[in-house]
Design a protein around this ligand. Structure first.
Ligand SMILES: Cc1ncc(COP(=O)(O)O)c(C=O)c1O
Length: 383
């Protein structure tokens, strides 16, 4: 291995792989090995590794102008914002660009406080929203919240999927209800459509802003552009959607998509970040969305998800397959860490979760049925 460990804080438990090159669903290592990446570079490589359309767009942009802030107009930024809004369900109609998922969530919560004049935020047990102060305080999952001590006050915890637990907290001091519509890290937990519908109704009744953290579910991962507006979510569209991860295919970028009603409360200088909306990131956003469209990846996700579910139906050790599209949690009767390890030895990268029995798959949206066959064969479920 390289001497990276000598000079970097050991904040992540690494796999014994040095990734040097990527192409589509494949990662090539420095010692000439090839891995099937069913973890999608940490849910970032939605378009696959180094999609040529994205690489060309950022190369071209890099030679023209790497960066200028929001103090100037930019055609690259205008194109990205227009494209993102064009795929968003109404009434989401404006964007705010930033650099990461946690920053998108911080800004979403801030906008909700500005729009309502209230301070409290309700989030859910098992949700993960990031590691900066407000987002980590909104994260009721494992040890994370503890790591953010002292926490930002006014964060309330409700039970995911249980509308009564939300109703009990949602008084007129609450600015926002924020959720991962599919809780990824908690083991890919999804609620019934009625839950999302009831949240929307509750927010409308009590003047509360509804925020979907779609850092993982957004940008095509569920087989739709967003969970917002999907049938699985009862057609509910929140007031704010936050995005990051696969939005720039690996170039760091985050975004908040908001309704006109929310936007009307935000004035000059209320929000900001130097790098948000930079040209390189904007070129990556536009090209990412175009690549998904051109390669018909949403249709591919839906088709290959169905095939994967079918193949896993034959497997005795698989108790359930949770989630939607290419955000899938495979629940095993045995510990998923053993399956993860076995797959890694057979050169397939998958993810674990905070549920020890659940293996997480977040593959690039270009994964095919042949790759699924390789995965099922390598997992050697019957062996
Ligand atoms: C659902 C969700 N929200 C927010 C975040 C934080 O994103 P970032 O690491 O880009 O700050 C993550 C990261 O894993 C996430 O999965």
């Amino acid at each position: 291995m390289t001497n990276e460990d000598q000079f970097q804080l050991a904040t992540y438990k690494k796999m014994p792989i040095a990734a040097e090159r990527g192409e589509g669903v494949w990662i090539y290592t420095s010692d000439g090995d090839k891995y099937l990446d069913l973890y999608g570079g940490h849910a970032v490589a939605g378009t696959g590794h180094c999609h040529p359309h994205v690489v060309n767009a950022i190369s071209k942009q890099a030679s023209e102008l790497l960066f200028y802030s929001n103090l100037v107009y930019s055609s690259a930024r205008a194109r990205a914002a227009e494209k993102l809004v064009s795929i968003a369900p109404a009434p989401l109609s404006k964007t705010f660009f930033c650099n990461s998922g946690t920053e998108a969530n911080e800004n979403a919560m801030r906008m909700a406080r500005m729009a309502t004049g209230r301070e409290k935020i309700i989030t859910f047990s098992g949700g993960f929203h990031g590691r900066t102060a407000d987002s980590i305080s909104a994260t009721f999952l494992g040890k994370y919240r503890e790591l953010g001590k002292p926490n930002v006050p006014g964060h309330l915890e409700a039970a995911f999927g249980n509308i009564e637990s939300v109703r009990a907290l949602a008084d007129d001091t609450v600015a926002a209800i924020m959720l991962e519509p599919i809780q990824s890290m908690a083991g890919v937990r999804m609620a019934q459509p009625e839950f999302y519908i009831a949240l929307r109704t509750l927010c409308d009744e009590r003047g509360i802003v509804l925020i979907y953290d779609e850092v993982q579910t957004g940008v095509g991962r569920t087989g739709q552009w967003f969970f917002a507006g999907s049938d699985a979510g009862g057609g509910v569209v929140p007031d704010v959607v936050t995005l990051a991860k696969s939005l720039g295919s690996g170039v760091p970028v985050g975004a908040c998509l908001v309704t006109g009603a929310i936007a009307s409360h935000i004035k000059e200088n209320d929000l900001g970040t130097t790098f948000g909306g930079g040209m390189l990131a904007m070129a990556a956003v536009t090209a990412t969305l175009e690549a998904i469209e051109q390669d018909r990846m949403l249709e591919n996700v839906r088709q290959v998800e169905a095939y994967l579910r079918e193949r896993l139906r034959e497997v005795e050790q698989v108790v359930a397959v949770r989630g939607l599209g290419f955000l899938l949690g495979i629940e095993f009767s045995e510990n998923a860490a053993a399956v993860h390890k076995r797959l890694l030895e057979r050169k397939i990268i998958t993810g674990t979760s905070s549920d020890p029995k659940v293996l997480r798959l977040l593959p690039p949206l270009c994964l095919t049925e042949e790759h699924v066959d390789e995965f099922v064969l390598a997992a050697d479920f019957h062996g």
